[in-house]
Write a protein that binds this ligand. Structure first.
Ligand code: FMN
Length: 69
């Protein structure tokens, strides 16, 4: 299953969490791409069967780039 994990992070924790999810899914045979939403803009979600979006939270708010995605 082609999988996209998009995350936003302020201090790095969500990057680590995304990498852990990537490892688990790869272990199950998923084809996984992990993207920091601040560094790469995803324009086309069509190729993916599964999309995971994550963000660190500050004062009840996601990062802007996760929210934008
Ligand atoms: C100033 C500050 C405000 C936070 N506010 C929230 C919040 O409102 N809700 C929440 O669930 N976590 C909150 N947290 C916890 C962070 O979301 C949590 O530490 C997260 O793992 C940070 O992710 P990041 O390192 O990817 O940015 C806050 C953390 C900080 C430092």
């Amino acid at each position: 299953m082609k999988t996209l994990i998009v995350y936003g992070t302020r201090y790095g924790a969500t990057a680590g969490t995304s990498e852990e999810i990537e490892k688990v899914l790869q272990g199950e045979g998923f084809d996984v791409k992990v993207v920091n939403a601040k560094e790469e803009k995803i324009k086309d979600i069509f190729p993916y069967d599964l999309i995971v979006v994550g963000s660190g939270i500050q004062m009840c708010k996601w990062t802007g780039e996760s929210e934008d995605f």
